[in-house]
Ligand binder design. Structure first.
Ligand code: ARG
Length: 465
């Protein structure tokens, strides 16, 4: 007999049961579902809507179920559809008729909305924690590589010399913004829908504020229709997760390039690489490739959820059951990706000489040569022209700018003096860029320190549930 079976005279087709049941995936919400029910039952008892001792019996029963589910002792039933009705059915089996009072003044619509929000808040905090680990790894690598010179690129063409520390801290900033986006989404999600009923609240005198305080919500929803039909927080978190994957995927692309034989900037640790079944020499950067590949499914879940929601009339519609698989899969994917990244980065070997040699080629000091002339009074546009001609000449001769003799320099401009060699050395090019945000060692060190302080505050301030 279904919990809603009263008005039905016929059983569901087994195909129907299989099609609409969500217990296979929403059993993940069991802790939130039971916590929500315990809060609801205590509130009902406190308000005298059910007797205190009935509430106590229900709560004890629910606590037992919580424990048994976590011990793997409970088998769910497809016929009971979803986690909400499974828990209620088990409770009824265990404590008898008093269990039937639990659902007073409540609907599965506000129940599932509450469960999913509690879950989203918990998982949001887990995402933040994983982002913190990654930011920590990036900032310690940043500090280690303050002086590891490498070529910076635009258009994947060598552009100007930077350091590996400066490069990695760019990702530190991306992941810090991601952390903030998750925090924002969670702050907006921290509003309890329980008490919205099916769509129009209830005639029972619920104390919603009390239930919210038991569940740790900051406030309660202000409109019951919105309370049951809002899934903005799912979309917001999917969007934040999509950007996390964009950032991880861009970093992955660099890891893949840098570990290729063409670059040889890094070599990944054996523990995070795989071989080929046919080519004995191969060592493949699978982690980075998989992360890059998995970004697609997270973007897909974002688009899928937006599309699922866009045509729904108020309030609850069963379409919304589709929010969960998308959200859960995205969370699994993003969390696993975030988890494996720090150890992979921290164990990679950096080939400093190859990186520095890479920075020495490709005229990465050409801008500095032009800046040199500009600082001696030549308008920058003209300086650019002079150095452009020198680069063309150098290409013909197969040499670098710093290999010109002073006489050769002066043939292009009388402004060149002996100090040109110092001005275009890679170290000067990097350390001369002292502008805030630039690659100069001192600047990057400041950034590392600031990021580490931020990290400490972020960890202390994170919403813990
Ligand atoms: N399993 C449903 C979901 O995930 C729970 C809410 C069902 N409500 C209903 N009226 N059928 O959305």
């Amino acid at each position: 007999m279904k919990l809603w079976g009263g008005r039905f005279s016929k059983d569901s087709d087994p195909l129907m049961e299989d099609f609409h049941s969500s217990i296979f995936f929403d059993q993940r919400l069991y802790q939130e579902d039971i916590r929500g029910s315990i809060a609801h039952a205590s509130m009902l008892g406190r308000q005298g809507i059910i007797q205190e001792k009935e509430a106590e019996a229900i709560i004890r029963g629910l606590e037992g179920i919580l424990e048994d589910i976590s011990l793997g002792k409970v088998e769910f039933s497809l016929g009971a559809e979803d986690i909400h009705m499974n828990v209620e059915a088990i409770l009824t089996e265990r404590i008898g008729d008093v269990a039937k009072k639990l659902h007073t003044g409540r609907s599965r619509n506000d129940q599932v909305a509450t469960d999913l929000k509690l879950y989203a808040l918990k998982e949001g905090a887990a995402l933040q924690e994983l982002l913190e680990e990654l930011i920590e790894a990036l900032s310690s690598l940043g500090e280690e590589h303050l002086e590891t010179i490498m070529p910076g690129y635009t258009h994947l063409q060598k552009a100007q010399p930077i350091t590996l520390g400066h490069h990695l801290l760019a990702y530190g900033e991306m992941f810090r913004r991601d952390w903030g986006r998750v925090a924002d989404a969670c702050r907006r999600a921290d509003v309890m829908p329980l008490g919205s009923g099916a769509l129009a609240g209830t005639t029972f005198p619920l104390d919603r504020e009390y239930a919210a305080s038991l569940l740790g919500f900051r406030e309660i929803t202000r409109n019951s229709l919105d309370g049951v039909s809002d899934r903005d927080y799912v979309v917001e978190l999917l969007s934040a997760m999509s950007l996390i994957m964009v950032h991880l995927s861009r970093l992955s692309e660099e890891i893949i390039l840098w570990s290729s034989d063409e670059f040889r900037f890094i070599s990944l640790d054996d523990a995070y690489s795989t071989g080929s079944s046919i080519m004995p020499q191969k060592k493949n950067p699978d982690v980075a490739e998989l992360v890059r590949g998995k970004s697609g499914r997270v973007f897909g879940h974002l688009m899928g959820s937006l599309t699922m929601l866009k045509g729904l009339p108020l309030a609850y519609n069963k379409d919304m059951q589709e929010d969960k698989e998308a959200f859960f899969d995205a969370l699994d994917t993003v969390k696993k990706s975030l988890l494996i990244y720090p150890p992979m980065l921290l164990t990679m070997k950096v080939n400093r000489e190859v990186m520095a040699r890479g920075a020495a080629g490709g005229f990465t000091n050409a801008t500095d040569a032009a800046d040199y002339l500009a600082k001696k009074g030549l308008p920058f546009r003209e300086a650019h022209e002079v150095i452009g001609k020198m680069v063309a000449h150098a290409l013909e001769q197969g040499k670098a700018l710093e290999e010109f003799t002073l006489a050769e320099f002066q043939a292009f401009s009388p402004l060149f003096q002996e100090d040109i060699y110092e001005a275009i050395s890679l170290l000067t090019c990097v350390n001369g860029r002292k502008v805030p945000g630039g690659p100069a060692t001192d600047r990057v060190l400041e950034h590392v320190r600031e990021l580490k302080n931020w990290l400490k505050e972020a960890r202390d301030g994170r919403n813990r549930r």
